[in-house]
Every structure is written in structure tokens, then in C-alpha cells.
Design a protein around this ligand. Structure first.
Ligand code: ZN
Length: 396
């Protein structure tokens, strides 16, 4: 059986370091969708895939980039007792609308997304949205916890929102590396391995730094993808494999949604998506297949020969590019891991202070040996899906 074919050679940790250091460099300015920094990152991915011997396909994705002029916009609460003008940043954040000048009134339910104690990570919401372009128009606003509580206590009759937006047509590519399968029949089917290449770009400065480098999110995943592609060439998988670096994941999985709507190979020939959003950059003790229970891909995760544990956050299945594939009916998982007891505090501290912040850069603790071990696990999993006589199926 294929699982007992020669074990793959180890993945070199310095190669992962080199990819991440390039992609997360300040020169790339946070790889925002449709920016020059993203374009440089895309060229780098093309060069790396080509140098591994893959055929490279570039899929340009059209977007409408929307920039809100915050100073020329406002949110007001209209009550019988008077009008309250909310303070941007402190009380609310919002993104731009479909038209350059939007002036609307509506109910709280229609226009405002109130915070609750439970989901009140306002710092993350504020720094991920404020001052950044968006790619899907919105009429509403997110409200901070304190302002949300005030609104619940004394609901306004109407909400008045004015938005001034600048709308620009841009394109940004998905980069696809094609590795042809070795089996004359199965090579007509494709396994997708994906990782998003975009991050948030330049935004609000935190401690004097405004570049959201996205080192772990997701230069680490792209580094894993590139080394996986390099290692897979010699493994001669039976099915063909598409290694895809997606654009516009951060604004809502838009690059992957475009790909499944306009696939570069027949859609029914795509057997699965295995997605990476964050390489495993700290020591781990078990693998997690997010969405594994939904399809036979769950069994493939066991091919790595590691302990596999249930996903502590199954609701997060919808929050990265694997979701676009699942929506299109293609079995999909996100591969992630459970840290060792010693590494767990690192992961928790990262979520609290570095996730979607300028400090997700190369100066943080990253264990490249653990990252390399994760790529090797991925390789065995992808290989088992690519070589299995039967294609992956949904189980429910
Ligand atoms: Zn991500």
C-alpha cells in the first residue's frame, strides 16, 4: 500500500524560514488584496512553484475595492430626547458602501451589529477593519460593547448613517501550481491544497507599526504550501494536485469563492480541498482536521500516523477558504494541530495580542522544526487523498 512507500525526506526548516521572512517583510506592506505588496508576494509564489517544476497558472480575480472616508462619514442615534453622534473607533467601526455617497435611516436591527460580553474582542475587530479597504459593500456598522449596552438600555427610534466611499476596480491573482498525476486515469482528477496569500495590508498603527505583516497568518501556511509542492514532485502522486495561493481570504474568502465559481479544471474533477491557514509553528502533540467529521477526509488525517483529536472550535469551519469548497459541494478540511502543554500559552498569547495585529511579524517566537514536521504530516495526508483508489465523499 502507498502509505508504506518510502517515507518522505524531511522538510528543511531553513526553507520555511526563508519563505516566511520574504513574504512577511515590511517591503511587502502586509500583502493587502489588490496592492503592489500582494503582487510581489504572488510573483514570489509563482517563481517558487515554477522552480519546483510545476506548471503555474495565474487567475486574475476582479474586485471592487471600497475605501471609507471616515472623516466624511457618521453614525447617529435618533431618539425623541435628541440625537447622539457616535465616535468612530471608540463606539463603532464600519466599512464603505456600494455607492460613493450613502445617506440612510433604518432600525438598529437593520443597520447595527451590536457586541455582547461573549464576542466583545473589540480590539481585534477595530484593528482588522478600521482604516482598511473592504471588498464587499455594507450599509451598517459594528458597535463596541459599551455603546451596544447603552443602545440596549435606551433603544433609539432610528439610526442615521452617512458613508462617503471611494470605489476602485482592482484585480488580484490566485496563483495555482499544477502537479500532474502519475496514474493515467486518476490524473484527470485533482486534489487542491490551498493557503491564503493575502493579509490585511497597512492599517492603524499599534506601537508605531502600521504594517500588518501576517507572518503566521498566513505566510506560514504559504511557506508550508511551497515546501509541500517541492516535496510532492518526487512522490509522484496518482491524482493531479493543484497548489493554490488564494487572494482575498481576509475580506471573506473571496479568492476561493471566485475559484470554485470559475475553476481552472472541470469542477467535478476536483475531489477535495485541504486548506492551511496558519502553519503549525509551535510544538504540537496531535493533529486536528477541521471539518474532518463531514467527509471521508477525516480518515486521511490518520495517514500521518499522528494522534488525531476532535476540533475544539468546529464552528470555525466557515472561517477560511475550505468553506468555499464545502459550499460548492467539494469535500474540504482545514488541517491544524493541538499544541503541547508547554506551547499552549504561546498560542493563546498570540491570539490575544498578535492575531490581526502588526506584531504578527518575524520577531515573534516561531519553531521552524515544528513547522517542518507539520509539512511532513501534510504531505502524508495529501498523498493518501491523491493516491486513494476511491475519491473523498461527504458522510453527512
Ligand atoms: Zn488566515
Amino acid at each position: 500500500m502507498f502509505l508504506f512507500a518510502a517515507l518522505p525526506p524531511p522538510v528543511p526548516p531553513p526553507a520555511l524560514h526563508a519563505h516566511m521572512a520574504f513574504l512577511a517583510d515590511d517591503l511587502l506592506e502586509g500583502r493587502g488584496t489588490g496592492t503592489r505588496g500582494y503582487e510581489i508576494a504572488a510573483r514570489y509564489v509563482e517563481a517558487s512553484l515554477a522552480s519546483s517544476g510545476l506548471e503555474v497558472v495565474r487567475q486574475e480575480v476582479p474586485f471592487r475595492r471600497i475605501d471609507l472616508d471616515e472623516a466624511a462619514s457618521r453614525v447617529e442615534l435618533i431618539r425623541a430626547s435628541g440625537t447622539t453622534v457616535l465616535v468612530p473607533g471608540r463606539d463603532y467601526v464600519m466599512t464603505g458602501a456600494a455607492e460613493p455617497k450613502l445617506d440612510i435611516e433604518g432600525s438598529v436591527e437593520k443597520l447595527l451589529q451590536l457586541s455582547t460580553e461573549k464576542d466583545s474582542d473589540w480590539d481585534v475587530i477595530e484593528r482588522s477593519i478600521r482604516g482598511m479597504p473592504s471588498f464587499t459593500p455594507s450599509n451598517g456598522a459594528w458597535i463596541a460593547l459599551e455603546a451596544s449596552n447603552a443602545i440596549r438600555q435606551d433603544p433609539p427610534q432610528r439610526v442615521h448613517i452617512v458613508k462617503t466611499s471611494r470605489i476602485t476596480e482592482v484585480t488580484s491573482p490566485n496563483v495555482i501550481g499544477v502537479l500532474r498525476g502519475s496514474d493515467p486515469k486518476l490524473r484527470e482528477e485533482y486534489v487542491v491544497v490551498s493557503a491564503h496569500l493575502d493579509h490585511l495590508g497597512i492599517g492603524k498603527a499599534v506601537d508605531g507599526d502600521a504594517i500588518y505583516n501576517g507572518a503566521i497568518d498566513n505566510a506560514s501556511g504559504v511557506a508550508a504550501l511551497l515546501e509541500l509542492a517541492r516535496a510532492m514532485v518526487d512522490r509522484k502522486p496518482r491524482r493531479s494536485i493543484l497548489f493554490i495561493a488564494f487572494t482575498a481570504e481576509e475580506p471573506g474568502d473571496l479568492g476561493s469563492a471566485y475559484f470554485v465559481a470559475h475553476p481552472t479544471v472541470p469542477k467535478n474533477a476536483i475531489v477535495a480541498d485541504i486548506n492551511i491557514d496558519g502553519g503549525s509553528v509551535w510544538p504540537y502533540q496531535a493533529l486536528i482536521g477541521r471539518g474532518a467529521e463531514k467527509s471521508t477526509l477525516g480518515k486521511a488525517v490518520e495517514a500521518a500516523g499522528k494522534k488525531v483529536v476532535p476540533d475544539p472550535f468546529p464552528e470555525k469551519f466557515t472561517s477560511s477558504d475550505q468553506h468555499s469548497f464545502a459550499e460548492a459541494g467539494i469535500p474540504a478540511i482545514l488541517l491544524t494541530s493541538q499544541r503541547t502543554a508547554e506551547a499552549r500559552p504561546l498560542a493563546l498569547a498570540w491570539l490575544k495580542s498578535r492575531y490581526h495585529a502588526p506584531s504578527d511579524d518575524m520577531s515573534q517566537p516561531i519553531d521552524f522544526a515544528a513547522a517542518a514536521e507539520f509539512v511532513r504530516d501534510l504531505l502524508l495526508i495529501v498523498e493518501s487523498v491523491a493516491n486513494d483508489e476511491r475519491r473523498a465523499e461527504w458522510v453527512r
